[in-house]
Design a protein around this ligand. Structure first.
Ligand code: SF4
Length: 485
């Protein structure tokens, strides 16, 4: 069995994925989507920009011909060249062979089987932080390198995306941790069946087994589809034999509140969440916001949503839907920076518009809009007196909803909630992540249809926020028979 760093990296994200990657039916995998392609392109671009700073040697081999590749790498190491790009090293490990392909091998002073020099591995990673999974991979390369050159380096490098960051991995700490993970990894691969499905947006979104796993999770009504069930909480629930929606819905919160990962607030909320999913209806949470704090209906309301490009540190589209309930009219404003330098201009246009309605609440979904307005004000030296009254009118619909109601949805993302309410986006395939990709494409190609798609998506986000907010007001009016105004 050949074990490489990529498998070890994926194993840390999901045990099931590695098992399927090795034993699964590859024809069942999802085709790579454009976001995954963008990620791969970004990774290549980052590697090229790191490599542009150095002069390196690259062993000559064709992909998969690992013995030839290792021989060519060893020749370069024996010659003592400064940098080796895409070197290949092999080492026996138990019944398996470890295949290490570090991005770079960097020559350092020291004693090794090659003479009075040695090498340390360097990984060029797209992330901005030295995540655990990167450090484990760096330790993997260092372990194989140690066997090949007869000395284990003390540190390995992570070249991260944050400018000028060359992070040194403490191998004294990370090699033992890596070995432990490697042992577990080999045990999992020897299991007769794949590890259980656990759907988590963060790790599953970019996985090529997603359709298969999601179908299984849905057919089993798997608890990972319930918002609030994290891997840690799931393990705790399993330990007390709560593995189905029914059993969780019928549990007393006091049974859960002392478990690791729970507390007296989380436990009752999760039980009501399970009841809501089981009964397929919204339920009021045990400790909802005081009724007077629940969102209200105003004569004029503004709904606000931002599209950003985080890599450029740019908020390029500020969309506002103005709803006038007195005249029964609405108008959407799309303040778009079609080049990054226009961010300040659209910021000013946004402020001018919201000041035309000084009494109107400004509804948004999640905290990003509030935080961004504060950031933009600071960035463009906007007077405090122009911004503070605007911020005071912000109402986070997400916060109000999630503190008050449990819905029969798999996630509290705007899309999941609004779709449950019957709202549909005109651009079926659009998402915040895709808008980032499309805006990049626009900057590269000048194809204006991409901007139009983003604007329509942003408008629908504002309309979806309105749909959720109106539903919330109606729900509380009906539940409490109150007029909220
Ligand atoms: S979809 Fe999720 S659970 Fe399934 S293999 Fe991929 S990461 Fe693991």
């Amino acid at each position: 069995m050949l074990i490489n760093a990529e498998l070890l990296l994926q194993y840390q994200r999901c045990k099931r994925r590695t098992f399927l990657d090795i034993h699964g039916d590859k024809s069942q995998r999802d085709a790579p989507n454009e976001l995954l392609r963008k990620l791969q392109q970004d990774k290549i671009a980052h590697q090229l920009s790191a490599l542009a700073q150095i002069t390196y040697h690259q062993p000559d081999y064709s992909y998969g011909n690992w013995e030839v590749a290792e021989k060519a790498t060893l020749e370069l190491m024996e010659r003592g060249v400064e940098y080796i790009y895409k070197g290949v090293l092999l080492a026996a490990y138990s019944e398996a062979t470890l295949l290490s392909r570090p991005n770079l091998l960097v020559k350092q002073p020291g004693q090794s089987s090659f003479g009075d020099w040695m090498y340390v591995p360097a990984s060029i990673e797209l992330g901005k932080r030295p995540k655990q999974e990167y450090q484990v991979v760096a330790a993997f390369h260092a372990q194989v390198l140690g066997i090949v050159q007869g000395v284990v380096p003390e540190t390995a490098s992570l070249i991260l995306r944050t400018k000028n960051i060359n992070y040194l991995v403490d191998l004294f700490k990370w090699i033992p941790r890596m070995q432990q993970i490697l042992e577990e990894f080999i045990e999992v691969l020897e299991l007769p069946n794949p590890p259980e499905v656990f759907i988590s947006r963060q790790k599953c979104n970019f996985c090529h087994w997603y359709s298969q796993c999601y179908a299984i999770a849905q057919s089993e009504k798997h608890l990972s589809l319930l918002p609030g069930v994290t891997p840690l909480r799931y393990t705790q629930l399993q330990d007390i034999a709560i593995t189905t929606l029914e059993s969780l819905a019928n549990t007393s919160p006091s049974t859960l509140e002392n478990l690791v990962g729970f507390d007296p607030k989380v436990a009752p909320k999760l039980v009501v969440q399970a009841q809501s999913a089981l009964e397929k209806r919204p339920l009021i949470l045990p400790y909802p916001l005081p009724i007077k704090e629940i969102t209200f209906t105003a004569p004029i309301e503004l709904y606000f949503d931002i599209e950003a490009q985080p890599d450029l540190d740019l908020n390029y589209l500020l969309g506002v839907l103005v709803v006038d309930r007195l005249t029964n009219t609405e108008q959407f404003y799309s303040f778009l920076a079609d080049k990054p330098a226009d961010e300040e201009l659209v910021w000013q246009q946004f402020l001018d518009l919201v000041w035309q309605y000084p009494e109107a609440p400004i509804y948004h979904f999640c905290v990003y809009e509030f935080d961004t307005v504060k950031r933009l004000a600071k960035l463009y030296n906007t007077p405090y007196a122009s911004v503070r009254p605007v911020l005071n009118r912000f109402v986070d619909v997400y916060e109000q909803l999630t503190q008050s109601v449990a819905l029969p949805v798999e996630s509290y993302a705007l899309k999941a909630i609004a779709r449950w309410l019957g709202f549909e986006w005109r651009e079926k395939e659009a998402s915040g992540a895709k808008c980032i990709y499309w805006y990049d494409q626009w900057l590269e190609t000048g194809d204006r249809t991409l901007l139009e798609i983003i604007q329509s998506y942003n408008e629908d986000d504002c309309r979806a926020t309105r749909k959720v907010k109106d539903w919330l007001v109606n729900f509380f009016q009906n539940e409490y028979g109150l007029r909220l105004a």
